[in-house]
Design a protein around this ligand. Sequence first.
Ligand code: ADP
Ligand code: MN
Ligand code: MN
Ligand code: MN
Length: 337
Amino acid sequence: MPKFKLEYIWLDGYTPVPNLRGKTQIKEFESFPTLEELPMWSFDGSSTQQADGHNSDCLLKPVAVYPDTTRNNGVLVMCEVLLPDGTPHPTNARAEIPDDEGTWFGFEQEYFLVEEGRPLGFPKGGYPNPQGEYYTGVGYKNVGDVARQIVEEHLDLCLDAGINHEGINAEVAKGQWEFQIFGKGSKKAADDVWMARYLLMRLCESYGVDVDWHCKPLKGDWNGSGMHANFSTTFMRESGGKAYFEKLMEAFAKNKEEHIAAYGPDNHMRLTGLHETASIDTFSYGVADRGCSIRIPHSFVNNDYKGYIEDRRPNSQGDPYAIAGRILKTIQEVPTA
Ligand code: ADP
Ligand code: MN
Ligand code: MN
Ligand code: MN
């Protein structure tokens, strides 16, 4: 039987942003293992801020599986962290997401590629031209020499892994990029985003480049990084209507603070009201308005308030599990009848 390299990947207990962790075990399977065939495993939680030294074992429960084309018989295994008694660890935000096949999320992950503390393409000790021509740009002066290679390799790694990328683009600041991931089911896109983050960080090791996920790495007149969360439920797509939509927005307004708390650290640095963002202190929504907290596509209004909408507040360092869980919690407060 062939031996497979199983990379078990999980989120640690660091705050305010968890780190990705991973370790390999070798196991024999007849063929590429299914999720059901993958065993539970454990790790030393005292080394990841998830346990103290006296009772340090935490459990890893496989929840999503992906092929890893960079290794012979490579398998990437996304895991939830459980306590020794099998209940979810307090750091496990995925376990809090209500299961719902009819909920779809599309995340737009923005990030900076950085080398020796500077975004790729920034001259040593200075600044490049002001932003303007970098967004969706082409040419050495706009994207440098290596960023596109990294971004393209990352896209192939993700597609080969079965991650549901929908697109990529160069972003507004120099050295800033975006990928979009869409998933049907309340947890699928969030699993895919974490795995795509893992693959990008691992790929960048060999370039001597790091990924800066922070939402405002550059002070001044430079865009920050978001992770817009586009979402829809079966009811929003099939029934919708203006009355329901307005009730939904009331619930989002009422839970404004809870949403901001789940949407990633330091968001006050990014949600200033400038650079296509709304102010962190207000809740607003509008049709095709990129200065709002929630943007409603024209197609949504034209289709009798049916379809998906975009929460623009989540930031690039946010945990997509926490974001998905918070959005669904608010949706579930609003009666559909
Ligand atoms: P923009 O940059 O203009 O906001 P993008 O094309 O980068 O737009 O992102 C749009 C996102 O909306 C994609 O991630 C896509 O998967 C997502 N999306 C499209 N349809 C739906 C839907 N019905 N439910 C949830 N998300 C959706
Ligand atoms: Mn986008
Ligand atoms: Mn963008
Ligand atoms: Mn967007």
